[in-house]
Design a protein. Structure first.
Length: 282
């Protein structure tokens, strides 16, 4: 991984496949945070978007949470119960502290989640890139969020605040927007309506010449339902707070791990499942 003060380049088999920006210059209302963009297939096709016109606060691949004890680490408006999406001065920032480890194929990073002048969460983020075949590689992302305050915190979402079906927050991948919406399927279901809001061992988003396959790589991560959009915009996330808020007591840590297969071509179910098995194998 080659790097400057503010960016790092992730490589697989010597090829650049992702650019990680640690200190983006963004307005406060976008909840500034480190992100990966562009992320590409091995053939060079970009499969992420940054600050797209439809949602300026979507920043490639990263960790974003719309409600940490009322503070917005997602960006944009905040969903207020009985009021709807509302512009509030409640945005937080994820601040890069240091890389604890850096290699050509990954890194371990320390971050501080800061809002209203105080640190709420300390994060350890581990990112690794692995070659699977000559047409596919895997991005392995683990985040650990520790409550560093003296008080209980909880993580919420628009869904827990009264907006059904909008349980976004956690790992999130804003995918490439093309003229046609991507297809989405899991091992046992197909289409946005069938896969959104449900747990699944893996979930595939298939575009014109590329496929992304998302897999929860721990038992706890696999219990989280998926947040899926294809028609409005292409995006996939793993929901930390689906039906109820997620408590984080003082000193306690929330850990999630998502492995994403990034493949050239349009994979079918069997090919997607086989690559997931290879990517998540112990």
């Amino acid at each position: 991984m080659t790097s400057s003060n503010d960016t790092a380049v992730l490589r697989v088999a010597g090829r650049p496949v992702g650019r990680y920006v640690t200190r983006p210059e963004l307005p406060a209302r976008l909840s500034p945070r480190p992100y990966l963009h562009p992320v590409t297939t091995l053939a060079g096709t970009a499969v992420t978007e940054l600050t797209p016109a439809d949602h300026a606060h979507h920043l490639g691949v990263g960790v974003a949470v719309p409600d940490v004890e009322g503070f917005n680490f997602w960006g944009g408006r905040t969903y207020v119960r009985d009021q709807g999406p509302t512009e509030l001065d409640n945005h937080g920032t994820q601040r890069h502290v240091a890389f604890q480890l850096r290699d050509p194929d990954g890194f371990v990073e320390e971050l501080r989640w800061v809002a209203a002048g105080g640190e709420l969460l300390r994060e350890r983020r581990t990112v690794a890139a692995t070659e699977l075949t000559d047409q596919a590689w895997a991005l392995d992302l683990t985040f650990s969020l520790t409550n560093v305050t003296k008080d209980p915190l909880s993580i919420g979402s628009p869904a827990t605040n009264g907006r059904p079906g909008a349980a976004y927050g956690g790992f999130f991948w804003r995918a490439r927007k093309e003229s046609a919406a991507p297809e989405v399927f899991s091992a046992g279901a197909e289409g946005e309506e069938q896969v959104h809001g449900r747990p699944a061992d893996w979930l595939a988003l298939r575009g014109g010449t590329w496929t992304l396959v998302f897999a929860g790589a721990t038992e706890q991560t696999r219990r989280d339902p998926w947040f899926v959009r294809t028609e409005e915009y292409p995006g996939v996330g793993s929901s930390l707070a689906y039906g109820e808020r997620l408590p984080v007591p003082p000193g306690e840590t929330v850990v999630r791990r998502v492995v994403t297969v990034v493949a050239d071509g349009r994979l079918d179910r069997d090919a997607a499942a086989a690559l997931v098995r290879k990517a998540v194998s112990p």
